[in-house]
Design a protein around this ligand. Structure first.
Ligand SMILES: *Cc1c(COP(=O)(O)O)cnc(C)c1O
Length: 223
């Protein structure tokens, strides 16, 4: 596990390499609350988690800190929607119209207005969910009107096996789609591909292993 000092150094090194418009979302899934605390001490405020129960337990352990900025980045099951809304201010993985309707209804009941990013899938990838570009355009009028959700951006995950040039092209396509829809946030790039994502205009790179090192208990990829 990284010591506090090396975590702070890695964070500083990443910040030096990221363009000004690109923020760092520290993906703390699989990592301890103690490590999140070290990252907070090093100045990090925004954290990404993929599982509700794990995140809620960590948030409880960190309740003595000033409120942190929690982002949900995992696959969102319909029956977890209320819990996710209660525990996260931003959701990166809104991947269907049905889920958006459900989130809007529950957010209204809870008096919440979460920021949401629509997850898009611009290349075939059996391992991932997300809107195809045409599908997103087709349901855009309804999606964009689903108050109290605040649609702020697009999120995408590059399939495995693309080279750097192909990833850059994919991320640029995602940026163009966001611009077409008037969305300003772009959640693109993970530990293995954040450079191309930042080059294409990412506003949130989602970094787990590049910041914290390997996840204890083995790598869990995006889900
Ligand atoms: C786990 C995860 C990440 C972080 O992955 P690393 O390769 O460790 O940086 C980013 N995005 C999503 C959606 C994830 O599930």
């Amino acid at each position: 596990m990284a010591s506090g000092a090396s975590l702070a150094l890695r964070l500083a090194a990443l910040h030096r390499q990221l363009p000004g418009r690109t923020r760092l979302l520290a993906v703390s899934k699989g990592q301890s609350a103690a490590l999140v605390r070290e990252a907070v001490a090093a100045g990090q405020r925004s954290f990404g988690e993929s599982r509700l129960q794990e995140a809620a337990a960590k948030q409880a352990e960190l309740a003595d800190l000033e409120p942190l900025d929690w982002h949900f980045i995992g696959r969102l099951q319909a029956n977890k929607a209320r819990g996710v809304l209660r525990h996260f201010g931003t959701i990166h993985s809104l991947d269907s119209l049905a889920l958006a309707r459900r989130l809007a209804r529950i957010a209204a009941e809870e008096g919440l207005s979460p920021a949401v990013l629509y997850q898009v899938k611009l290349r075939p990838d059996p391992a991932k969910t997300g809107f195809a570009a045409e599908e997103l355009r087709a349901c855009w009028p309804e999606l964009a009107s689903l108050e109290p959700l605040r649609g702020v951006g697009l999120m995408t995950i590059a399939p495995l096996g693309l080279d750097a040039a192909a990833r850059l092209e994919l991320f640029r396509e995602c940026a163009a789609l966001a611009a077409e829809l008037g969305l300003t946030e772009l959640s693109m790039g993970m530990s293995g591909d954040w450079r191309e994502a930042a080059q294409a205009g990412s506003t949130w790179v989602r970094l787990g292993t590049a910041l914290f090192g390997a996840r204890p208990g083995g790598p869990t990829g995006p889900d």
